[in-house]
Write a protein that binds this ligand. Structure first.
Ligand code: FAD
Ligand code: NAG
Ligand code: NAG
Ligand code: NAG
Length: 457
């Protein structure tokens, strides 16, 4: 038994989750008479959405079997048509650790796990020049030897997975958009949603109200507004926005040439990473607990009641065009550059940006019907690892919408992505998946510690 086919579907948000879903719907015979509309407050590409950036890491070394399997499917696509024209670069991912993680046997716990995985997966260990797919890094010299253009590369151990790489995130989304447009089945509209419409009499969401006052009705509304999703329904203790730092420096074409074949460098101990440059820009970033940006807003499901809730929501250049990352963030980006690519450590940032994760307690996404409101489906909670799945995510989301998993993996994923019955013990979610930075940072406090924002960099 599968769920009935809606005659109209309204998708809020044109990121990986929203646009990916639209594409998969448009491909399916069963939905050929369904009107599909995607709304986004920004014209494409939304510069402050989490799906749009210079680069995103594409890796399959998840501890979780199911995400790993889904990534393996996606990697096939990245290595094929999706990765053409510079959209995917398989230059490897180096996971670096400091000496403190070394146990008595001289190997980190992570390396041991990696060795076990290696045997299971049949990947070849060894140096890249010798055809190795995984290179184990036993000491500092091994780390420095990963690539000649990484003179510093601090870190005393770790490994490189040469079968990972990075994608040009914006180019990938443009490619998806082109595919969506080619179906001729999806209406894309630039419009800002003010709220979902709640019909409490029969417990349903029959559509959305735009900031312009216009109301759009649909059989099924899909909330895929990324880190902004907690503005539209009560997600306290289930998902919230955490601000992550990105800093970019301009480099020359010659410098890009030297760095472009490096692996992504990721410090497992503090979450810092550097992705090889694109369009003469080098990016430094941190996978961290992130900053919370608490806002008190009317209860989204009961705006008429006068009740308010306090939730973390994104603050981007859309809200404050002069905003840069806090001093704390700039300092850690500089320190990481100094260790890995010292020649670049003193270059000024061309620009910096806070990009917002939609974090859930377990890092599992929320892909499910809302338990309380008929006609409302959620596709959010990316938790900082959704991008790499863009070639495949839509199909899987539509399987859940239909209630018809295509295989055992689909059945397992549907369970994983179900609306979480349990709430986190705080309203704001601090996800614990090897995050760097300290836990509990508040954006406004961190900004108040540094110099006042100046003119736009
Ligand atoms: C700094 C950073 C680094 C990351 N690194 C990686 C990585 O290396 N590898 C990886 O796989 N993943 C990574 N991710 C995660 C990945 O990018 C996200 O999981 C994914 O992009 C989430 O997509 P989304 O569709 O949920 O959200 P988004 O792309 O943010 O889309 C939400 C959309 O909703 C729109 N919207 C918001 N409010 C409204 C409104 N009121 N009305 C209409 N539209 C609205 C926005 O404009 C936006 O376009 C990273 C994320 C960040 C932030
Ligand atoms: C390396 O990447 C492959 C995918 O290309 C993945 O299957 C594997 O788990 C990764 N191995 C390790 C040890 O990270
Ligand atoms: C990685 O992080 C650890 C812990 O913060 C630090 O000691 C080490 O120097 C870092 N290495 C690099 C390359 O930044
Ligand atoms: C709920 O009632 C509204 C009219 O008030 C109607 O348009 C909608 O179809 C109903 N939804 C459900 C799921 O019953």
């Amino acid at each position: 038994m599968s769920n009935p086919i809606p005659s109209s579907i309204l998708i809020v948000g044109a990121g990986v989750f929203g646009l990916g879903t639209a594409y998969a719907l448009a491909q399916r015979e069963e939905y050929k008479n369904t009107k599909i509309t995607v709304l986004d407050r920004s014209g494409f590409p939304a510069p402050d959405s989490s799906s749009i950036d210079s680069s995103r890491i594409i890796r399959a070394d998840y501890a979780d079997y199911y995400y790993s399997a889904l990534c393996t499917e996606s990697l096939k696509e990245w290595r094929g048509e999706w990765g053409q024209d510079g959209r995917y670069h398989e230059t490897g991912l180096a996971i670096l650790m400091d000496g403190k993680n070394l146990d008595r046997g001289g190997k980190t716990a992570m390396q041991q796990e990696m060795q076990r995985n290696l045997q299971k997966q049949g990947l070849k260990a060894g140096k890249k020049e010798d055809g190795g797919q995984i290179t184990v890094l036993e000491n500092e010299d091994d780390v420095k030897a990963i690539a000649p253009s990484i003179p510093g590369a601090a870190g005393q151990s770790g490994y490189v997975n040469w079968t990972s790489g990075w994608a040009d995130a914006e180019a990938g989304m443009r490619y998806l958009l082109k595919k969506v447009e080619a179906t001729g089945r999806v209406e894309l509209r630039t419009a800002e949603v003010k709220s979902l419409i709640f019909d409490h009499a029969n417990g349903s969401v029959p559509g959305v109200e735009l900031v312009s006052g216009e109301r759009l009705m649909a059989d099924l509304t899909i909330l895929a507004a990324g880190a902004w999703s907690p503005k539209f329904i009560d997600l306290r203790g289930r998902a919230s926005a955490s601000g992550q730092i990105l800093a970019y420096i301009d480099i020359t074409a010659e410098e890009e040439e030297k760095l472009k074949n490096n692996p992504v460098l990721l410090n497992y101990s503090n979450g810092m990473f550097i992705i090889p440059p694109r369009h003469k820009q080098l990016k430094v970033a941190r996978h961290g607990y992130g900053y919370a940006n608490f806002q008190t807003i009317p209860h989204p499901e009961h705006p008429e009641s006068g009740n308010t809730i306090k939730v973390s929501l994104p603050k981007t250049k859309y809200d404050d065009p002069y905003m840069e990352i806090p001093k704390e963030g700039q300092d850690v980006c500089r320190a990481f550059l100094k260790e890995c690519l010292p020649d670049f450590a003193n270059r000024p940032w061309t620009h910096t940006r806070i990009c917002w994760y939609t974090d859930t307690p377990t890092g599992d996404w929320i892909i499910d019907y809302h338990p309380k409101y008929k006609g409302l489906f959620l596709a959010t909670g990316g938790s900082g690892h959704g991008y790499k799945f863009v070639p495949k995510i839509g199909e899987r989301i539509v399987d859940v919408i239909k209630g018809q998993p295509r295989d055992d993996l689909g059945t397992a994923l549907q369970k994983k992505w179900a609306w979480p019955e349990q709430k986190y013990h705080f309203d704001h979610v601090w996800t614990n998946d090897w995050r760097g930075g300290s836990k509990g940072m508040i954006l406004a406090e961190e900004h108040s510690r540094g110099p006042k924002p100046r003119a736009k960099l």
